[in-house]
Ligand binder design. Structure first.
Ligand code: DUC
Ligand code: ZN
Ligand code: ZN
Length: 460
């Protein structure tokens, strides 16, 4: 682009290192309104942000969050504003949350209600997965309506009260296939889990350390393999949520080798933590309870390898925090601890720390993979057509990431509201400095400039 003949752009990010899923290169990036207008050299802007020494990447996308989600007696701590504000501080500019229908409610009515709640509060753009629970099997003719209304993905559970039987999974997968949607699945073996929980509690084994012992990795692998086989039989694509262990990676890798359209995600907790944290005394052992559970040493290494090799496609958070008081209510019965951990704010930096770490200089391959698993692959797979890449015409969702910034993660340094973080005290090098959403600067070097309700529903 010739700088002499172009009018000034609204905003130019100058002198940064652009990183995409394919390339790492020095360039300026220009924004007009809400859109990336040009990438080139010596671009002229009415406003200029100097990105010297910083990486310029597409806004990260977290396709698995539970904001203000009622689980049992409690509601997950961050609502649509607190959660998306924290997300933006961490470099995430789009999220996907969930809709659940009541038995007497249509999918479209449930979608409208969830959107009304989100629209008032969200600070970044968002999408919604439509949940297909047992009472929705009678409503599968509505899947197409939900798809048309912008729910491009459908959540299927193999655990909890919303779990589907194998036959119901088959019917749901057929309906989502026919509507051209993407099924996303929580894969665990609920019958085994509930049997082990019953036996442990009857024997007085009530502490959080029995949580991972009730949800064996091999049976998470079995459940993933089973739903992959059902999807293959039906001819549906499938995305496997929160992969915690090599047993699931093996099933996904085998499916990919067969040419099946199967993808998988893992989350920071499975990459960074192991099951020994459940041995901590009192509520400290209850805080990290999430499902699938954290696994023994060795499993995180297998997940990092799978992320690098492509056996796993992306990192999401399953952000679903509860306060310490809420977690403590399950201290006499680990199966009653509300499940879920926070990481909506630290995901991008935690993935950077794991994939690149202290590599000096970082390899272009590692940098591009970081952007691919955090930004581009989630956008492509979940149908965010104007996000996840640095291209003219795309939404100007941009993050300036400072690779030299040393950041110690703690409840005080984060904007999440749970009051605790599983990464408390962890120092990472590399943290987002500036977050831009559709051309609007939301975070500038630690200062919040966003507001509730500015985010938009993205029909996918
Ligand atoms: N697992 C959790 O631990 N929390 C939220 C939902 C889930 O699948
Ligand atoms: Zn889940
Ligand atoms: Zn989840």
């Amino acid at each position: 682009m010739n700088a002499q003949t172009t009018p000034p752009y609204d905003l130019v990010i100058r002198h940064g290192t652009l990183i995409t899923a394919d390339a790492v290169y020095a360039a300026d990036l220009a924004i007009n309104g809400e859109t990336i207008a040009a990438i080139g050299h010596n671009l002229d802007g009415r406003r200029v942000i100097d990105a010297t020494g910083r990486y310029v990447i597409p806004g990260a996308i977290d396709i698995h969050v539970h904001l203000g989600m009622p689980i049992g007696r409690f509601t997950s701590t961050d609502d649509f504003y607190d959660g998306t504000r924290a997300a933006a501080f961490g470099g995430t500019t789009a999220i996907v949350d969930f809709v659940e229908t009541r038995p007497d409610e249509t999918m479209l009515a449930a979608l409208a209600a969830r959107r009304a709640l989100a629209d008032e509060r969200v600070a970044v753009d968002y999408g919604l997965h439509m949940t297909i629970g047992p009472s929705d099997i009678a409503k599968l003719d509505q899947v197409r309506d939900a798809r048309t209304a912008g729910c491009g993905s459908f959540k299927l559970y193999m655990a909890y009260g919303l779990r589907l039987t194998d036959g119901e999974l088959l019917l749901a997968l057929e309906a989502v296939r026919d509507a051209g949607g993407l099924p996303v699945v929580h894969a665990e073996n609920w019958d085994i889990i509930t049997t082990l929980i019953r036996r442990n509690l009857a024997a007085g084994r009530t502490e959080p350390r029995w949580h991972p012992r009730s949800r064996p990795a091999a049976l998470e692998g079995e459940a993933a393999g089973r739903v992959i086989d059902i999807a293959a039989h039906v001819g549906a694509p499938l995305h496997i949520f929160h992969v915690s262990c090599a047993a699931v990676v093996e099933r996904i890798a085998a499916a990919k080798a067969r040419g099946l359209p199967i993808t998988g995600e893992t989350c920071p907790q499975y990459l960074w933590l192991t099951d020994e944290v459940f041995d901590r005394p009192g509520v400290l052992g209850a805080l990290p309870v999430c499902s699938p559970p954290l696994r023994p040493a060795g499993e995180p290494e297998a997940l990092w390898a799978a992320l690098r090799s492509g056996a796993l496609d992306m990192v999401t958070t399953d952000h679903c925090p509860f306060t310490a008081e809420e977690k403590a209510t399950g201290l006499g019965d680990y199966s009653a601890i509300p499940g879920g951990v926070p990481s909506i704010e630290s995901r991008l930096a935690l993935v950077y720390a794991g994939l690149i770490g202290d590599e000096e200089p970082p390899s272009a391959t590692a940098l591009s993979r970081w952007v691919e698993v955090s930004c581009t692959a989630p956008a492509r797979r979940l149908g965010f057509r104007r996000k996840g890449a640095l291209l003219p015409g795309y939404d100007a969702d941009i993050v300036l990431f400072d690779p030299a910034r040393e950041f110690t993660i703690s409840p005080a340094s984060l904007h999440e509201k749970a009051g605790w973080t599983p990464y408390d005290g962890l120092m990472v090098r590399g943290w987002p400095a500036v977050t831009i959403s559709r051309g609007e600067v939301l975070v500038m070097d630690g200062e919040w400039l966003g507001r509730p309700g500015r985010g938009r529903f993205v029909a996918r």
